[in-house]
Every structure is written in structure tokens, then in C-alpha cells.
Design a protein around this ligand. Structure first.
Ligand code: PMP
Length: 406
């Protein structure tokens, strides 16, 4: 029996009861972005209607309430990922900005010509391009962890990439294409044995599994609010306090200073040093609302239910003739990339759409992975805890119907 009341949960997400082309919407594009529960939208409304005011240093009532709410949101994020201190939680615009922050701040400070950064074949462009830009500025080298047949990181190959010049490991927690849940604790241990820090891209992880940055002993962990039922436009950089103390600011401006004269600026303490400009005090509160909402169900219950969706869908899909699924790691999140015969993924996606089913098609911002798999793209269904086994049956029936058309 499922401890989650999926019907009640679905009622929390107004968009799930809408139709597209007169058919009930079946939303299977959760890896791209998740839908928002009513409480998150209402949190945004409440800030604007009742406490909107620029935060920090405000003497007036509203500014103080807004500041308290923003800092309480930071504490909620801290607790959600089990960080030690709120000083370790930096609000960014998302995963992408968090990685760019580190590529600049860490990269410019700790990387010199011929130093090496290790990433993997399964990275999203957000965890490739910022490092390439650093490479072009500083003359560093990128080393790439290859994958195994099942779409897992090749750990022995990873270990052979370490050298005296290695300055950082940056890998994804969960692949947005293959669904692979990487053994990041093992990776972090191996890196730390050589005194190398690790950055984990948690964009595809935080909505699916419990993350404990202290237990992982990870140096940097980043994620986006919009993929964890929160609003678009806000994300999080977690960094160990001693690392963040050592890093210079990324953006300059208001909020991130202690004192400014034309000769010299003294930067603010953590976490403000990394938060130039008016913070997204609406997004932070809405993100905290989403995290509290998610946690009210228990991450383990969510993970168990999503696993049942993944297993159900995988088993049924594999019965379809010509079905090819990319990524079959034993530790896998609820993402299925697939191709059927030689049906172009764009055609598959378009025809599914006409039946009310939203999936993503293409390279999924992971072109080097597509090259490694020797394909141009896939169709991708990704499940959230509000999806149902009935929706999976409708999805399977739709693929069967489309397959017969070709
Ligand atoms: N990394 C991974 C693994 C992702 O799936 C995504 C989003 N598709 C990103 C990074 C980038 O996230 P954002 O666009 O929210 O910054």
C-alpha cells in the first residue's frame, strides 16, 4: 500500500486537471520542470499582497517582515539538505548560475594553466560549458569520465584520470537523460583521499531522493528551485563554509558589501558576499514552501512510489517491439529516455502531444552524451510523485498506437 494519497496530491496541483486538445493532460516532462502546488503559488501571492518590500537594512515594518521571511527560507533550505549553517546556503538564479559562480570564483582562484578538472560524459551543458569557458580563459584541461554499457560512471576509469594537476571533480548526482543515480559518496571519498574538492550537480536529484550534504561530505552542491516544485528563477549553491570563506565574490554590487569607498570595498560576510543586488525574496519564500510541502510526504515515500512508476513503465515499455531504452543502471531515478524502431523522437513527441501526453524530445542539453550513445536524440518521459499508474498505461497505449502508424 502506498502511504501517499496520490489523488489528494494531484488536487494540490491545479494544472494537472486541465485538458490539452480536449484530452486530460498527462504531464511526463518533470525532469525539465515540475508543476507547482497551490501552496507555492499562494506563497508568491502572499509575499506580493502582504509583505512586499526590499529586504535587509530596512527600518520599516514590511522590510523587516520580508527580511525575516527570506532568512527563514534560507534556514529551510539549510535543513532540507542538512547543511550545518545558513552561511553555507547561497541563493542563485538556478543550477546554471551556481555552476558559473564556481567556475569563475573557484576556477579563477584555484586553477592555473594545465590544471585539470574532471567532469563526466553524462553532464548537462550547464556542467560543461562554464568549465570550457574557464579552460579558454585559464588554459586548464577537462578530463572526461567515460560511461559503462548500462550508463553508469566507469569508476576505475575515473580513478585513472586523477593526477597531480586535478583541481576539482564536478559531476551530476542524477543524469537527466539516463536517470542514473551516481555513487557520489564513493566519488567524494576517492577525491578527498587526494585532497580534491567535489561539486555535485543536484538538479535532477533533490526532487527524488533525500540529500544530506554532511553525510555526503560534499564540498559544493547545487540545484534549481523549479525542478523541486518551487518557482522558476531561484536556485541554491551549497558550499562548505571554509570553502566559501576562501572564494572571492562572483558579482559585485549592493547587498554584498560591508563598506565601499572609491579606493576599496570590504565585502560582506557569508552568505551575502555571493548575493549581489536585490535578492529574490519572493522566490526564496516560495522555494521554502515547496521544500516544506515535499518533506511533509517524506522523501523516502516519494522515492519508493516513483520507483514503482519507473518499474511499471520500464516493464511495459520493453514489451513494445523495437523499443530501446537508454540507461538501465540498477540505481535509477524516474526518467526514461527511449527510441522506438526508427521513429524520429520529434515525431514521437509530437504525436504523443496530440494525445495529451507531454514528453521531451531531442538532445536534452547533453549533446556529448548523445555523441557517446551515437544518436541524435531521444524521447524522454520523466515521472513525478503526482503521476499515476493509469497515466503510464495511457502513455504505453499511446506509444503502441503511434508505433503502428509507422
Ligand atoms: N543540470 C542538470 C542535470 C539538469 O537536468 C539541468 C536542467 N535541465 C541543469 C543542470 C540546469 O538547470 P537550470 O536550467 O535550472 O539552471
Amino acid at each position: 500500500t502506498n502511504p501517499l494519497d496520490i489523488k489528494a496530491i494531484r488536487n494540490d496541483f491545479p494544472i494537472l486537471s486541465r485538458t490539452v486538445y480536449n484530452r486530460p493532460l498527462i504531464y511526463l516532462d518533470n525532469a525539465a520542470t515540475t508543476q507547482k502546488p497551490r501552496c507555492v503559488v499562494e506563497a508568491i501571492e502572499n509575499v506580493y499582497y502582504n509583505q512586499n518590500s526590499n529586504i535587509h537594512r530596512g527600518v520599516h515594518y514590511l522590510s523587516q517582515r520580508a527580511t525575516e521571511a527570506h532568512e527563514a527560507a534560507r534556514a529551510t533550505v539549510r535543513d532540507f539538505i542538512h547543511a550545518t549553517s545558513s552561511n553555507e546556503i547561497i541563493f542563485t538564479r538556478g543550477t546554471t548560475e551556481a555552476i558559473n559562480l564556481l567556475a569563475t570564483s573557484y576556477g579563477e582562484t584555484f586553477c592555473n594553466e594545465n590544471d585539470e578538472i574532471i567532469i563526466s560524459t553524462m553532464e548537462h551543458h550547464a556542467n560543461i560549458v562554464p568549465w570550457q569557458m574557464l579552460r579558454d580563459r585559464k588554459g586548464i584541461k577537462l578530463k572526461i569520465i567515460p560511461l559503462t554499457e548500462t550508463g553508469e560512471l566507469d569508476i576505475p576509469a575515473f580513478e585513472s584520470l586523477f593526477s597531480e594537476k586535478t583541481k576539482l571533480i564536478s559531476v551530476t548526482h542524477v543524469s537527466n537523460v539516463l536517470g542514473t543515480i551516481n555513487p557520489i559518496k564513493e566519488i567524494i571519498e576517492k577525491a578527498h583521499a587526494r585532497n580534491i574538492p567535489v561539486l555535485i550537480d543536484g538538479a535532477q536529484a533533490v526532487s527524488h531522493l533525500a540529500v544530506d550534504v554532511q553525510q555526503l561530505d560534499v564540498d559544493f552542491y547545487v540545484f534549481s528551485g523549479h525542478k523541486v516544485y518551487g518557482p522558476n528563477g531561484i536556485g541554491v549553491l551549497y558550499g562548505k563554509e571554509n570553502w566559501l570563506e576562501m572564494l572571492p565574490p562572483y558579482h559585485g554590487g549592493g547587498e554584498m558589501i560591508a563598506h565601499v569607498s572609491f579606493d576599496k570595498t570590504i565585502f560582506a560576510d557569508l552568505p551575502f558576499k555571493f548575493e549581489a543586488g536585490t535578492p529574490d525574496y519572493v522566490g526564496s519564500v516560495a522555494l521554502a514552501t515547496a521544500l516544506n510541502y515535499l518533506q511533509s510526504f517524506g522523501m523516502d515515500n516519494i522515492a519508493a512510489y516513483e520507483k514503482s512508476l519507473l518499474e511499471d513503465a520500464t516493464e511495459k515499455m520493453l514489451k513494445i517491439e523495437g523499443m530501446q531504452i537508454f540507461g538501465n543502471a540498477p540505481q535509477k531515478s524516474s526518467v526514461i529516455s527511449f527510441l522506438v524502431n526508427n521513429i524520429h523522437p520529434f515525431d514521437m513527441g509530437t504525436l504523443l502531444d496530440k494525445l495529451g501526453i507531454a514528453v521531451r524530445t531531442g538532445h536534452h542539453c547533453a549533446m556529448p552524451l548523445m555523441t557517446a550513445l551515437q544518436i541524435d536524440g531521444t524521447a524522454r518521459a520523466s515521472f513525478a510523485f503526482y503521476n499515476t499508474h493509469d497515466e503510464i498505461d495511457a502513455f504505453i497505449a499511446a506509444i503502441e498506437r503511434i508505433t503502428k502508424m509507422f
